[in-house]
Design a protein around this ligand. Structure first.
Ligand code: PLP
Length: 384
């Protein structure tokens, strides 16, 4: 099977991740830190090392403000619920994933939060200037997707962040697709809160993600529970990381995520990214040469990750995906990819979305050749 659904989750993981998780689960499968015996402390130290490594990667100042959650959906929900209160106004974009759109929609429905959506242009980018006219007196949050999971474009985060900083509005970035793929410096990018997931380009398992919360931002509790420390307190702890962590952490997941990040850094994030972009370019060029195939927002791959959407004209995305799977053993994703407004904007909502190819570090040029041959065949048979 040729796996090209790395936009959903990366697979396979590096051997080092499997090995580290296996050893960790056998040797360190105890409650981290809290119980005070040697093994518990050792396990807690591995979790703290993971916090430190991720904090360094995001260029955060304080590893305590790196909190772990279930995934980026969970992390984004925590941030959005903890930053907005009834009557507030939020700005987001049409390039967002449902992990942002739905929490904001719920906030608008149940908490009287007003939400404005900045569109993206024909090349797949939002214009920072478009945010300016949307700022209101009660704007309390701006949320933007760093890298699109549908069309792969990387948004001008630094410029949007600069505007938010000038206005004193918290800026939350969804780095689900970019964390582990490209460098992220929250300081230089003017980001207050960043959300990440462990199972995509950080190459860890599913079930783990988190937030880095900048020092100037107050995220209120939307949950409460055990922290393993200060148990006599009736109220959930105010201090980080406990403030936004509830119950026993996914230690095995964190260990895997830590091993994944280390592997990416050892290989060189730039090298992996360059490899994925080379494959994306080869795919884009090949698809462009096939009659009656349309690619979306991929003319310029400069600010881009290795994610590409296309369609065979007149043929529903799901049918292309089914033939790729059934006849060619190629796994990819078709449909709306949890980002309905992207398709509204592209017009692909009326044709069942797009076929999405997401590259990972283990994909090869031969994989791209196989896809191109398959699409040539499908287009010659079914394109209209
Ligand atoms: C841009 C974006 N945001 C959020 C998510 C949600 O990630 P998770 O399912 O790990 O919570 C995804 C996953 O597809 C994504 O691509």
């Amino acid at each position: 099977m040729i796996y090209l659904d790395n936009g959903a989750t990366s697979f396979p993981k590096p051997e080092a991740v499997y090995t580290f998780m296996d050893q960790f689960f056998r040797k360190n499968g105890v409650s981290p830190g809290r119980s005070g015996y040697d093994l518990s402390i050792e396990t807690g130290n591995i979790i703290e090392d993971a916090r430190k490594a991720l904090t360094r990667y995001f260029n955060g100042k304080d590893p305590k403000r790196l909190v772990f959650s279930l995934n980026s959906t969970d992390a984004l929900n925590l941030a959005i619920a903890g930053l907005l209160k009834p009557g507030d106004h939020a700005i987001t974009t049409m390039i967002e994933h449902n992990a942002v759109l739905r929490p904001l929609y719920h906030a608008s429905l149940y908490d009287n939060v007003a939400v404005d959506y900045v569109p993206f242009d024909g090349k797949g980018f939002v214009d920072p200037d478009d945010f300016i006219s949307k700022f209101k007196k009660n704007t309390r949050l701006v949320v933007v997707n760093h890298g699109s999971n549908v069309i792969g474009t990387v948004q001008p985060i630094r410029e949007i962040g600069k505007l938010c900083k000038e206005k004193g509005i918290p800026f939350l970035v969804d780095a689900s697709q970019t964390a582990g793929k490209i460098p992220i410096d929250i300081e230089a990018m003017n980001v207050d809160v960043i959300a990440f997931t462990g199972h995509k380009s950080l190459l860890g398992p599913t079930g783990v993600g988190g937030l880095y919360v900048g020092e100037d931002v107050v995220i209120h509790h939307s949950r409460a529970g055990g922290t393993g420390v200060k148990s006599a307190l009736r109220h959930h702890l105010e201090e980080y990381p406990y403030r936004l962590e509830y119950g026993t952490l996914n230690t095995l997941g964190i260990a895997g995520l830590y091993a994944g990040l280390k592997w990416v850094l050892e290989q060189g994030m730039d090298k992996i990214h360059a490899h994925e972009i080379k494959l994306t370019k080869k795919l884009r060029d090949g698809l462009t040469r096939i009659d009656k195939v349309i690619t979306y927002c991929a003319d310029d791959l400069t600010d881009h990750i290795g994610v590409l959407s296309f369609n065979v004209k007149g043929f529903e995305a799901i049918n292309t995906g089914t033939i790729l799977d059934g006849d060619h053993d190629i796994a990819c994703r078709t449909g709306l990819h949890c980002a309905p407004l992207v398709h509204e904007r592209l017009g692909t909502d009326k044709i069942g979305g797009t076929v999405r190819i997401g590259f990972g570090p283990f994909n090869t040029e031969a994989h791209v050749d196989t896809v191109l041959n398959a699409i040539k065949e499908i287009a010659s048979m079914f394109a209209k």
